[in-house]
Design a protein around this ligand. Structure first.
Ligand SMILES: Nc1ncnc2c1ncn2[C@@H]1O[C@H](COP(=O)(O)OP(=O)(O)OP(=O)(O)O)[C@@H](O)[C@H]1O
Length: 330
């Protein structure tokens, strides 16, 4: 059995129609008109225990709506969600104990009491045995770097410190599944790295399942092996990152170091499907369309015109592949 099972999931929101003009706006005050927005439209996927999945897509595509249904905050309009075999909306307490949620732009800690006091409140709320609480605290303190922060109220912490304390808070009750919503948004690179390292460790050592929604593809690439791409409330791609990179790649970059650059004065490369991205007297960076031209044929062409000193070939990064898929299908 999958740990998370989503089948034919649909969520519709009923919302007031935006008036087209002033007159309509006045009319709306007396007799409001509503429209139905289908934010999630027949979504299906399964996630196994211990998987780390990137749940990505453009603004407003339905990511948060899905996560809210997985955590039991929202009831689906139709379709089914099962988390550990339970329907989240009907088992809120059990689901809460199994899961943790981290919002990059929201805190679950109290503003003006020391972090440790907030943690103790969570300990009571989640009924965490004292021994386990202390063990977790001890383990997290160094990995995510919060030892010195435990006695400080949240209001005195920097954004990065605050976020690290919030992440640790989400793991105190040994959740089996953790939803991360933009976990590193707005953070400095040191905090980003620390947070990613901590999450990776939880995934590897405790087999915690992760669903990560983030617009930062470094989060996704460093944490997840699989991506579910959503657009307009539907799953567009659901596959391993490496497979997506292999199957959807449309371009490659080739960088040459050379004794002298024969294309220095020209704007165009001599082969169809190849564009010059950058050039100096001793280097040339080309972009090749995979469908049109073979990278080795390009290397061959360059080697006829000059002496190549070094070559590196780079595939497209996952962010630009995802962007292309969204533009093509959207
Ligand atoms: N409470 C609500 N009432 C009405 N419409 C809503 C509500 N919440 C979300 N929506 C709409 O549903 C759609 C999906 O929103 P959702 O928040 O799930 O997107 P998202 O993928 O999480 O976006 P983002 O990347 O910007 O966080 C959007 O068009 C949004 O305007």
């Amino acid at each position: 059995m999958m740990q998370i099972e989503v089948s034919h999931l649909v969520k519709e929101y009923k919302r007031k129609k935006n008036p087209e003009n002033m007159l309509a706006a006045v009319g709306q005050m007396f007799r409001p008109k509503y429209e139905i927005l289908r934010a999630v439209n027949d979504i299906n996927f399964g996630i196994e225990k211990g998987e780390a999945v990137g749940y990505v897509g453009p603004n407003g595509c339905g990511k948060s709506t899905t996560i809210k249904m997985l955590s039991g905050v929202l009831t689906p309009t139709s379709g089914k969600v099962l988390v550990g075999g339970l329907e989240p909306t009907k088992n809120r307490q059990k689901i809460n104990k199994k899961t943790g949620i981290v919002f990059g732009n929201r805190s679950v800690l109290w503003w003006d009491v020391p972090i440790i006091e907030s943690y103790k409140v969570l300990q009571k709320l989640y009924e965490i045995p004292e021994k386990r609480f202390q063990e977790n605290l001890e383990e997290f303190a160094d990995i995510i770097g919060i030892r010195q922060l435990l006695g400080v109220p949240e209001r005195q912490l920097s954004l990065g410190q605050k976020m690290r304390c919030n992440i640790a808070a989400a793991f105190l009750h040994d959740p089996e599944i953790v939803y991360l919503d933009e976990p590193t948004i707005g953070l400095d690179s040191e905090s980003k790295l620390r947070i990613r390292e901590f999450i990776r460790q939880m995934n590897e050592e405790r087999h915690t399942t992760f669903i990560v929604t983030s617009h930062d593809f470094q989060d996704i690439e460093s944490l997840c092996k699989r991506i579910i791409l959503i657009n307009h409330g539907e799953v567009v791609v659901d596959d391993g990152i490496q497979k997506i990179q292999k199957n959807y790649q449309s371009k490659k970059q080739i960088r040459f170091e050379m004794d002298q650059n024969p294309w220095l004065e020209t704007e165009k490369f001599t082969m169809d499907g190849v564009t010059i991205l950058d050039k100096t007297p001793y280097s040339l960076v080309l972009e090749c369309e995979i469908q049109k031209v073979d990278a080795m044929a390009v290397v061959d062409q360059v080697s006829r015109a000059c002496q190549i000193l070094d070559i590196s070939i780079q595939g497209q990064d996952i962010e630009s592949i995802i962007r292309e898929i969204v533009t093509e299908k959207g």
